[in-house]
Design a protein around this ligand. Structure first.
Ligand code: SF4
Length: 313
């Protein structure tokens, strides 16, 4: 695949066939100009990815999923960001690597895949061997996963919805559960489970799949179905990150029940099922009002206040 893929774009399951070289007419709302919002050290990922020196994140603007509750809505829906050429992107990522990051973490990469692939090729040719990480919504074309896997070492897909109606309501495609499952099967087939598995972060991950699931307020049933589905498909050894960090989007009115944070009894219900099903490798989160890793991309120097704390530790 080359940059021509932007001309009749089918980079994601929306299959818009938009000519992104001429206009921003696709669902993701991005043209063929690569746009990034933040490139920098990040300490807000799971310890397997953050380690002691941080993950090297590249946050792309726009998104093919566009869930209305997105925690990164300023960039995924609001398109905050700046256009970078391939050459500029390469220079900035080289600078990031000089900070000795544990990995390169491409956040929401699918709709800019031709740029990312070119970047990865250039970095590998220069001898860069840091693990490359595909950090996506889970809403990926399964027939594209092989191509991603040729360059990526780690997949960090969300599995957001097991309920088609909820998917339809949140991101406008009721096919999400089936699409995400097919893509995940392919990711696991090609890369296996995340390894090494070390929740202290002393040994950071080198390859494999870690599945993230954000529990949504008022939608515990969806989370229970997600866990059952993952268990049925992949067994109890699949690495999971069950997240409680949902925050109503700042400054935007949200419909119930998305107007509030998650309740502890909701999160507990999900964790209880994870234990009953016997999942062996699970990251969980403290349920707090802490928002240090809720980004504000208006702070282009660093959207995450929590990063500053970690850098000075
Ligand atoms: S990447 Fe964007 S333009 Fe291309 S198919 Fe997906 S939503 Fe449509």
């Amino acid at each position: 695949m080359n940059f021509d893929a932007y001309k009749n774009c089918a980079l994601c399951p929306r299959d818009c066939n938009a000519d992104r070289t001429r206009e921003k007419s696709g669902f993701c709302g991005e043209s063929a100009d690569c746009r990034v919002s933040f490139i920098g050290l990040h300490f807000g990922e799971e310890p397997s990815l953050t380690g002691s020196r941080g993950s090297g994140t590249i946050f792309f603007s726009g998104c093919s999923s566009r869930c209305f509750f997105c925690q990164n809505h300023q960039i995924s829906i609001g398109h905050d960001g700046r256009i970078v050429t391939s050459a500029e992107l390469l220079v900035e990522v080289r600078a990031l690597l000089e900070k000795r990051v544990h990995n390169l973490n491409f956040v929401t990469p699918d709709h800019f895949w031709p740029h990312i692939r070119e970047l990865c090729r250039a970095l590998r040719e220069e001898g860069v061997n840091a693990p490359m990480l595909f950090n996506g919504s889970g809403y990926q074309r399964s027939d594209q996963v092989k191509e991603y896997a040729a360059w990526m070492d780690i997949f960090l897909p969300d599995f957001k919805f097991a309920e088609p109606d909820l998917a339809q309501r949140c991101m406008g495609d009721k096919r999400y559960p089936e699409i995400a499952l097919q893509a995940l099967r392919e990711m696991v087939r090609l890369k296996g489970f995340l390894e090494p598995w070390d929740t202290t972060g002393e040994q950071t991950a080198l390859r494999g799949v870690l599945v993230r699931h954000l529990v949504l307020p008022g939608h515990v049933e969806n989370s229970l179905k997600v866990l059952k589905l993952l268990h049925q498909e992949f067994g109890s050894r699949i690495p999971l990150s069950v997240m409680s960090q949902f925050q109503p989007a700042r400054g935007r009115a949200a419909k119930k029940p998305f107007h509030r944070t998650l309740r502890s009894r909701e999160y507990d219900q999900v964790l209880v099922l994870a234990e009953e099903l016997g999942f062996e490798r699970v990251y969980t989160q403290e349920l707090t009002e802490e928002t240090a890793f809720l980004p504000n991309f208006k702070n282009s120097d660093d959207p995450f206040s929590g990063n500053k704390v970690r850098r000075t530790e």
